[in-house]
Design a protein around this ligand. Structure first.
Ligand SMILES: [Zn+2]
Length: 196
């Protein structure tokens, strides 16, 4: 069964099974290539932060793996279409797109479905540069886009111990887990179970 794409309006998007809490998982990977004038690699952006790096992202959009994995975690929690279905990478309108737009769109869908983000935990795997100097900036960006306090959002950076594509600096990965909580009041009146 395919899921219909959510329309871009503000109207409530009730779920068939609005459980009190829903968990979501997202994953993304993008290739990294040396940045040369003739090459296709774009600046290395993670969680909306530009990193100083001799390699850059190969992607249709800006290639922000953390934002993309977060969108998939949020949409996955709601059993709604993933980022590739919502924003196809063969659509000209998504070329070079700032992934912040994907994220704010996903956050709006979460609200319309009657849920709030309880917490988010992310792991970014990148051989270099290290994420630690910008981690709080990344957390602040995620929190701002998702409309939550920074304490709701956790980001961890890891290397891949120099092995495989990620460890050899040829790719970057992100894993994100989210927990959504149903609003106590709001837009689920037609389908919500009575609270006992
Ligand atoms: Zn992506």
């Amino acid at each position: 069964m395919t899921h219909p794409l959510p329309d871009p309006s503000d109207k409530p998007l009730p779920l068939a099974h609005p459980a009190p809490v829903r968990i979501g998982h997202g994953y993304d990977l993008h290739r990294l290539e040396p940045r040369t004038p003739a090459g296709e690699a774009k600046p290395l952006i993670v969680g909306g932060v530009l990193l100083d790096s001799p390699v850059g992202l190969v992607a249709h959009s800006d290639g922000d793996v953390l934002y993309h994995a977060t969108v998939d975690a949020l949409m996955g929690a709601l059993a709604l279409p993933d980022i590739g279905q919502m924003f196809p990478d063969n659509a000209a309108s998504n070329k070079g797109r700032n992934s912040e737009e994907f994220l704010t769109h996903a956050a709006a869908i979460v609200r319309r479905a009657g849920y709030t983000l309880a917490n988010l935990d992310a792991t970014v795997i990148l051989e270099r540069p290290r994420l630690s100097p910008v981690k709080d900036q990344v957390r602040a960006n995620l929190a701002r886009c998702l409309g939550v306090d920074i304490s709701t959002v956790n980001v961890k950076g890891k290397s891949h111990e120099k092995v495989d594509a990620v460890g050899e600096g040829r790719a970057i990965e992100a894993y994100v887990v989210v927990l959504l909580e149903r609003h106590m009041s709001g837009s689920q009146s037609s389908s919500a179970q009575p609270r006992k």
